[in-house]
Every structure is written in C-alpha cells, then in structure tokens.
Design a protein around this ligand. Structure first.
Ligand code: PDD
Length: 282
C-alpha cells in the first residue's frame, strides 16, 4: 500500500510523523475517504468541497489548491494496482509543542494512503445487517469530518459487541445518522432522510441515493425523522462510500418490516450498481 506524506510518495509502512503532531496528541485534524472505481476517484470535487468545509470548520487553511489535491490523489491512485481503491486523506494542524491554542507557525501535516476497495458482496447485501440504537451524545459539529472519532468509535462498538454492524443514533427524539454511515427510512413506499445539518455528516452516498430517487421517480422526503418512524419503518438502510446501500433487517433485536432487505433497498442497490457501472467507471 502506498502513501503520500508532506510532499513525498512512499510505502505506507514507511510513513512516519512526529509524536507531537496535533493529530496524534489532540485529534486536531480532518479527513476524507474517496472511493475510486476503475482508477477514477468518484465525485472528487464533492469530496474536496467537503474537505474544504471541514477545514473551514476547524479554521485551518487548505494546504493545497483543488488542482494540487487532484494531482496528489491521481498520482497515488496510479501507484496502486487495484482498479477499485479507497483513498484516505488526512490534514492535521501540524507538529507543535503541546498547547491547546492554535500554534502560530505550524505547517499542516498532509497524509494520504490508498488501499484496495472492498464493498459488500451480493450475498452480504441479500442478508442485510442488524443494528442497535443509541443516544447520539456527540458534539454539535458532526458536519465536520473530524479525525477525532472517539464518540463514533464507542457508539459503533456498542453494535459490534452484540454482533451487529451499525449503531443508529437518535438525538432529542430524532434520527441523526449511523456511527459511520447515513440512515434512510422507508415507510409505505416513501423514502425518508434527515436534512443535512450540523448534527450529521452529509454523505456523498446520501447525495447519490437522493439523486437516484429523484431521477427514477421514487417518492422521497428530506425532513426530520422521528424515533417512532425509525421504529415503525418498513425498511431501514445504512449508506456510505464503502457499505454503499446496506439494508438493516433487525433493530434492537426487533425485525425491521419483514426482517429481510425490502423491495426498495433492492431497487436502490440495483440503481446504484448501474450508476457505478455507467457513470462512476465511465
Ligand atoms: N465514513 N456519517 C458518518 C459519521 C460517516 O463516518 C460516514 C462515512 C458517512 C457517509 O459518508 P459517505 O457516503 O461520504 O461515505 C456518514 C467513512 C466511510 C469512514 O469514516 O470510513
């Protein structure tokens, strides 16, 4: 696996940063994860826009221009053999003596690596996954894709500990998102998704799902989704760049709808796979 660190391309195992990097000491940084299909980064501009929004959110100047980022990412992707990859991008506030205050002249640390992309198999998708719910006790800026993921890790582990795949988070009686995914609800053939806000990360996959729904005439509503609607759902999905569209078939031990991936999940996954073939790989 190959990496890029502060101007150099190198094998991932050889990448080294200072122990005083603020990413290591404070989790003071942001990240992106870009899927690559047939050597082509998917929706790179959207990912780089979201990276810019995250950097703005932590008041860190973007160390590269759009073209600069594109060059680094494409060069890294070309170094890897696998046609489908996931590129991890991380920017931290750099190396400085430990002090909460922003360092005056630290240089941001830019770290990327790429690895073969593994998405769910058709068998896995046909089986679906189980999930649990938890109170979303994260901070109020979940729209920043921050590397400090401790809350997400603890929340995700609650699902793992009981043999499930994801934790569906609820804040003040409303659905926010999954620990590392966005969550969709289907009721009576209508797709429902919480609106983008500072309480969730708007996924690139979330955007694609809503675009596909609009294009193919699938009724959909983007509005706050109450906990009761989550619990009464016919279908529940989790979406992310790596999971794509994955049906949640059990929530807190209770079957969702018929307890198997529903018809709309199967249809959306088929639309997504077609989109991947015809658009993402084109
Ligand atoms: N995470 N919400 C959260 C909290 C996430 O961590 C992610 C993805 C998403 C979905 O975003 P997208 O569709 O752009 O992948 C939503 C990535 C996969 C990760 O942290 O590895």
């Amino acid at each position: 696996m190959n990496a890029y660190l502060n101007g150099d391309f190198l094998p991932l195992t050889e990448a080294r940063v200072s122990a005083l990097d603020r990413g290591f000491v404070f989790g003071d940084g942001v990240y992106e994860l870009v899927p690559v299909y047939s050597g082509k980064p998917f929706r790179l501009n959207d990912h780089l826009r979201r990276l810019q929004a995250s950097l703005d959110g932590i008041r860190l100047a973007n160390p590269h221009t759009l073209d600069g980022w594109r060059d680094i990412i494409l060069q890294l992707v070309r170094m890897e053999e696998a046609p489908d990859q996931s590129v991890y991008i991380q920017v931290t506030r750099g190396v400085a003596p430990r002090d909460h205050a922003f360092p005056k002249d630290a240089v941001p640390t830019v770290f990327l690596f790429t690895q073969p992309l593994t998405t769910a198999t058709p068998e896995h998708k046909a089986a679906g996954v189980c999930a649990v719910t938890a109170v979303d006790y994260r901070w109020q800026r979940c729209d920043i894709k921050a590397i400090s993921l401790l809350a997400n890790i603890l929340l995700r582990q609650q699902a793992i500990d009981v043999g499930c795949a994801e934790t569906v988070m609820l804040r003040d009686g409303f659905l926010t998102e999954g620990a590392a995914s966005n969550i969709f609800v289907v009721k009576d053939g209508v797709l429902k998704a919480p609106p983008p806000s500072h309480l969730m990360l708007t996924g690139i996959t979330y955007d694609v799902v809503l675009e596909l729904a609009a294009k193919h005439g699938i009724p959909h509503e983007v509005r706050p989704v109450a906990e009761a609607e989550v619990r009464a759902a016919d279908e529940l999905w989790m979406t992310s760049s790596t999971k794509e569209i994955m049906a949640i078939v059990t929530l807190d031990g209770v079957p969702v709808g018929a307890g198997v991936p529903g018809p709309l999940a199967r249809r959306m996954d088929a639309l997504y796979q077609t989109f991947k073939r015809e658009v993402m790989r084109a």
